[in-house]
Design a binder for this molecule. Structure first.
Ligand SMILES: Cc1cc2nc3c(=O)[nH]c(=O)nc-3n(C[C@H](O)[C@H](O)[C@H](O)COP(=O)(O)OP(=O)(O)OC[C@H]3O[C@@H](n4cnc5c(N)ncnc54)[C@H](O)[C@@H]3O)c2cc1C
Length: 376
């Protein structure tokens, strides 16, 4: 007899399942997808969407359409609670859908609450990625009005790409702005010194200011305060303070890893509840917590696709073996990229073109024809 599979979040780790949803339905199962919006934005192209290199419809998947065209049910809602004993989810709307098998791909959030309980029009966390589009729309209105002070707080890879693409947004729209990166203790402190050097050199050539050796202490209406006592005024700020798995699992009674992510085994299955699975930034892999990069979410796709079917039908599961190294390419906003993998680095136009090729190929794979929505 058919069972009920529920997918929570249409993130990067669920895309293969969404594309092949028809296979579950052909076999008599019912599939429901729950997420708070019809669209899923691809974060790898998010900074390029901010600057205008990509149009929003080039970087998003219409998940609602993908699901409904394949015979699944789409609920525009948010999961706020989980009852693993009763196999029931609790939604923001008050609905309580039951499941036989559920998979979470709810991503991660920027932990901004201690500084900024609620995002504002002129200060936004870099996740969800829709914030980059809304930030762009807000900035396009401001750019014609006066010379702006634009800040990015956070010196990790996301902070670097956001800074570089804010600069591009200003250039392409003939605006006037001072762009500053508040880089925490040290910009790209976790990567090779040469990558850091290339980024700082690129920023200094373009007049982008970089502040290091201090961290964010407080956010005011039009200025932020730093740990060294300095106040920095702003017209607009993006917060790129790193990420934490979505807060959904805290208090759910499900075992979580140290970072609060759903604790899963190598089958991407909850260590306590065999009907619960997960992938992407919201999980913590037991014994081997992974970096929060999309690369892992993408690699988990085929394993989750297989294992959810196996859980529904009682067949054998596959194991996820994370790759040891991954490649990062920064979109530097000036038509150039910086590629980093292990000890290898490469800066230049070709590095950006390679990133652009990989990202567009990824979009083509999952943005099936007719699903590219031309609306803004
Ligand atoms: C600016 C920026 C640039 C980046 N660039 C790169 C890059 O170039 N390469 C790279 O590898 N990584 C990059 N990353 C990291 C990357 O974004 C994440 O690792 C990746 O998004 C994780 O994918 P995910 O599917 O787990 O989550 P997400 O892509 O965040 O998807 C989560 C999904 O869950 C839904 N959801 C959330 N909460 C709920 C809920 N309670 N109920 C129902 N649905 C919910 C959301 O609507 C969304 O559909 C970047 C990150 C940022 C911020």
């Amino acid at each position: 007899m058919g069972k009920h599979l529920v997918l929570v979040g249409g993130g990067h780790a669920h895309l293969t399942i969404l594309l092949n949803l028809g296979r579950y339905i052909e076999r008599g199962h019912q599939v429901t997808v729950i997420m708070p919006s019809s669209y899923q934005y691809y974060s790898g192209m998010g900074p390029g969407m901010l600057s205008g290199i990509y149009r929003p419809q080039e970087v998003r998947f219409n998940i609602r359409k993908m699901v409904q065209d394949r015979g699944g049910a789409f609920l525009e809602d948010k999961v706020t609670g989980i009852n693993p004993g009763g196999r029931i989810l609790v939604l923001q709307s008050g609905q309580e859908p039951p499941y036989d098998v559920v998979s979470f791909n709810t991503g991660s959030e920027v932990p901004h609450q201690p500084f900024l309980p609620v995002p504002r029009e002129n200060i936004r966390p870099v996740k969800p990625v829709i914030n980059l589009l809304q930030g762009r729309q807000h900035l396009l209105k401001l750019l014609g009005e006066k010379e702006l002070k634009l800040l990015v707080v956070g010196g990790g890879p996301a902070g670097v790409e956001m800074t570089a693409n804010l600069w591009r947004l200003v250039q392409d729209n003939k605006g006037k702005a001072k762009v500053t990166l508040i880089g925490g203790r040290r910009v790209l402190g976790g990567l090779a010194e040469r990558v850091r050097h290339l980024v700082l050199q690129s920023f200094s050539r373009r007049g982008i200011e970089v502040v290091e050796g201090c961290h964010l202490k407080e956010v005011g209406d039009t200025e932020i305060r730093l740990s060294d006592g300095r106040s920095v005024p702003f017209d607009f700020t993006f917060l790129a303070l790193g990420v934490k798995p979505s807060f959904l699992f805290a208090g759910s009674g499900l075992p979580t890893g140290e970072d609060g992510g759903l604790l899963v085994n190598s089958r991407l299955q909850s260590v306590a509840h065999p009907q619960i699975f997960g992938g992407g930034d919201c999980i913590s892999l037991a014994g081997n917590p992974l970096a929060k990069v999309g690369v892992y979410a993408v690699r988990q796709n085929p394993i989750l696709y297989h294992n959810l079917m196996a859980a529904l039908e009682g067949t054998e599961m596959q194991t996820f073996v994370p790759q040891k190294d991954y490649m990062l390419i920064f979109n530097m906003g000036n038509g150039r990229g910086i590629l980093w993998k292990k000890n290898f680095m490469w800066e230049g136009r070709l590095a950006f073109l390679l990133k652009d090729y990989i990202d567009r190929k990824f979009m083509r794979k999952f943005q099936v024809s007719g699903e590219r929505d031309e609306k803004e």
